[in-house]
Ligand binder design. Sequence first.
Ligand SMILES: Nc1ncnc2c1ncn2[C@@H]1O[C@H](COP(=O)(O)OP(=O)(O)OP(=O)(O)O)[C@@H](O)[C@H]1O
Ligand SMILES: O=P(O)(O)OC[C@H]1O[C@H](OP(=O)(O)OP(=O)(O)O)[C@H](O)[C@@H]1O
Ligand SMILES: [Mg+2]
Length: 324
Amino acid sequence: MTDSPLILAVPSKGRLQENAAAFFARSGLVFSQSRGARDYRGTLKGVPDVEVAFLSASEIVTQLATGAVHLGITGEDLIREQIADADEAVELLTPLGFGHANVVVAVPQAWIDVRTMADLDEVAADLRARHGRKMRVATKYVNLTRRFFAEKGIADYRIVESLGATEGAPGAGSAELIVDITTTGATLAANALKILDDGIMLRSEANLVASARAPWSASARAAATAVLTRIAAEEEARETREIRASLDPAKVSSLTALARDFDATLPYGHALGREVVLHCRTAAMFDIVAALQGIGAQDITIRTFDYLFRPTNALTERLLRRIG
Ligand SMILES: Nc1ncnc2c1ncn2[C@@H]1O[C@H](COP(=O)(O)OP(=O)(O)OP(=O)(O)O)[C@@H](O)[C@H]1O
Ligand SMILES: O=P(O)(O)OC[C@H]1O[C@H](OP(=O)(O)OP(=O)(O)O)[C@H](O)[C@@H]1O
Ligand SMILES: [Mg+2]
């Protein structure tokens, strides 16, 4: 246990699988599955003390919550739905920019007078008066639904647990409305459903998540640091550009102010000769070029990096702050 490895959980099927694999590959983290594609355990090439567990997005949440895995990629929707004390059990280290989906409340388009959550009160009262029964909400997001409906003051309803094809429930007559996840809206439209104006319960995306309950041995910490350092270096590289220019040494004093104005840095200090090197945010690069030209700089080049390793990174800091 003192030397137990880091267990990294990776989606093995469904919507997140491809993007998750691409995300690790970008950071030079390549899986090796010794016994072929059906082997549900693997390792990371060149990173010791890591065991990769290939699981479904939902199972990853279960195992993060119990501490059976240390790190994993999964959807925030599943984290919020499946873990009652999510903020105690796990740490969302960073959103990953894929797996975007909203958890929404949707009703039949034919309900032209029903536009907001507050309108559901009348729907519920009407159903009760006319049919003597509760309004039914089909969903697999039972906990998220209870929480959201309570916040909106809607109490007179019943949840019909759905295991799939939730959008079909109103058409089939098994519920009046639904709560489900949507990305393009195509499935809602195909079932003649519309999202209520204030019916977006959660804007979810895939996250890199750490378990607060996993056995964080010294080896697991070291391996997590190695993995997170690479991920952070790849992200930092993507967000940074290097600008080089030739500048009259007499003008070098203006550089410090220029760097400050554009939130850029002079990582290697002020050059002795004519060469100056700046690091800047990608969005600021052309403004900096113009400013450099303004002080007489010449032969300005902009370069991208594959990796940029800083002394610290937000991912590792966040993890270590959390696991102590
Ligand atoms: N359009 C989408 N529909 C459903 N999930 C999406 C969508 N886009 C992104 N996701 C994310 O992908 C996660 C996994 O969903 P997905 O349906 O792919 O899982 P799965 O492995 O097929 O599991 P299950 O068999 O339970 O459906 C969702 O919880 C959500 O975070
Ligand atoms: O807004 P859209 O782009 O149309 O996507 C939404 C649909 O995708 C998901 O189902 P999925 O295809 O994962 O099938 P599942 O219900 O079997 O998981 C989700 O449950 C919706 O039904
Ligand atoms: Mg699915």
